[in-house]
Design a protein around this ligand. Structure first.
Ligand SMILES: [Zn+2]
Length: 418
């Protein structure tokens, strides 16, 4: 799947609302929300909740890019808004209803015509806490699973009293799957022969939540008849006001971020790592290119008939030569960036299993292994000194963040690959 339009949910919506689907002007939107701490680590208990709409009528590379996201609401803290979210969402839902039923008159500059643009919210995206706030289904305790809902054969651990999901989801596996017969790794001695009921249809959920009051109708009560015994509804979400909400195959996408950045550690580079890292950064800095060309020319002249290769001379001598020549120059003659590099990096580096660079997330091989999204593959073009260019494909083994002793704010991120 390279674009949401490849998904079954998108196609299902097309079959339910053919008129809407026929006009490519019509816009489909996703609603994302996630709490964040505006004061960073120092104010962890203070959180804000932005509500962001993102249009999907864009090529895959442009969807979810910062410049195409619309920050529609910011709910200020200090606590997360929980059920109150629906109060803040009211004006947005009103506008979405207007966009769905009436549409807005828009000018199409390409055809020089006016047209009625309609829009639909096709799903929400968020982590588990956001899911609870938006959907109204609490995921805490027994009946917490958002798919199985009331058909949830979970149990509490005998001593810790924690809810155990061990084994109950084996019902989703194919009949012949080995895990169904595994009597050791899940619930001791239990072979799973059942079939999961699976996801309830939008119509059935609507029937169910229609018995639960909306927050706006009943702002104070969040415990409704049968809560925790037959259901976990804390409210009838305001999104059910959208007449097409029941037709969505996938109302909520769950985002499981895991640990941001993976587990971070520090280590020290070995001498040879230090040497090759310094050289790599230096040769990849465009501002230092004139120096590099000068050094290569000098090395070529010097090499004469000796058997040492230019690469060897560069590896052994360039970093030191660069440092000496930039440090000996008068201050105004050298760019501050080059001075920072010449001052030498620290042997101590930070290592990560995941890193986001220019909006792309990369992970190491061992972190990606077995996950649905594999982000460890990289390709680099290498220009040798002889003018040939070779493309290398690598697998990220380690993500290193290098800093500079004298310029600690300057950081360079490198991938160690195999
Ligand atoms: Zn489940």
């Amino acid at each position: 799947m390279s674009h949401p339009s490849d998904s079954a949910a998108w196609k299902h919506f097309n079959t339910c609302h053919r008129n809407f689907a026929q006009d490519p002007h019509n816009v489909r939107l996703g609603l994302c929300t996630d709490g964040f701490a505006p004061f960073g680590t120092y104010g962890r208990n203070y959180s804000s909740w932005p509500i962001i709409l993102t249009p999907y009528n864009l090529p895959p590379g442009m969807c979810m890019q910062k410049q195409y996201m619309f920050l529609t609401i910011v709910i200020s803290g200090p606590n997360n808004s929980k059920r109150k979210l629906d109060v803040y969402l009211q004006p947005l839902v009103d506008e979405l209803l207007d966009l769905w039923h009436n549409g807005y008159v828009i000018y199409d500059a390409h055809t020089s015509h006016q047209f009625h643009m309609h829009a639909a919210l096709i799903w929400t995206i968020g982590d588990l806490p956001s899911y609870v706030m938006v959907s109204g289904w609490s995921t805490a305790g027994i009946l917490g699973c958002p798919i199985c809902m009331d058909d949830n054969p979970v149990f509490r651990l005998q001593y810790g009293k924690k809810v155990g999901y061990l084994g109950c989801h084996r019902q989703f596996l194919p009949r012949c799957h080995a895990f169904r017969r595994d009597v050791w790794s899940f619930i001791k001695g239990k072979v799973e022969k059942g079939t999961a009921r699976g996801r309830l249809s939008g119509d059935l959920i609507l029937q169910w939540v229609s018995r639960i009051p909306k927050v706006i109708d009943n702002p104070l009560s969040n415990s409704h008849n049968g809560y925790g015994e037959s259901h976990k509804w804390t409210k009838k979400s305001i999104l059910w006001d959208l007449s097409y909400w029941k037709d969505l195959l996938l109302q909520h996408n769950l985002d499981f971020p895991g640990q941001a950045g993976g587990r971070e550690a520090t280590r020290y580079l070995s001498d040879s790592e230090y040497r090759s890292t310094s050289l790599y950064i230096l040769t990849k800095t465009p501002e230092a290119e004139p120096y590099f060309r000068f050094y290569c020319d000098w090395a070529k002249e010097h090499i004469g008939t000796s058997s040492t290769s230019i690469d060897h001379i560069i590896f052994e001598g360039y970093v030191d030569w660069f440092r000496d020549s930039t440090m000996n120059m008068n201050l105004d003659g050298v760019l501050p960036l080059l001075r920072a590099i010449a001052s030498g990096m620290s042997y101590k580096v930070r290592t990560f299993k995941e890193y986001v660079i220019n909006g792309w997330k990369f992970s190491t091989f061992d972190r990606s292994d077995g996950r649905a999204s594999q982000r460890y593959g990289v390709a680099v073009q290498s220009n040798s000194n002889y003018g040939t260019s070779i493309e290398y494909f690598g697998v990220i083994e380690e993500i290193l963040q290098v800093s500079y002793d004298l310029h600690y704010h300057m950081k360079v991120v490198l991938f160690r690959c195999r």
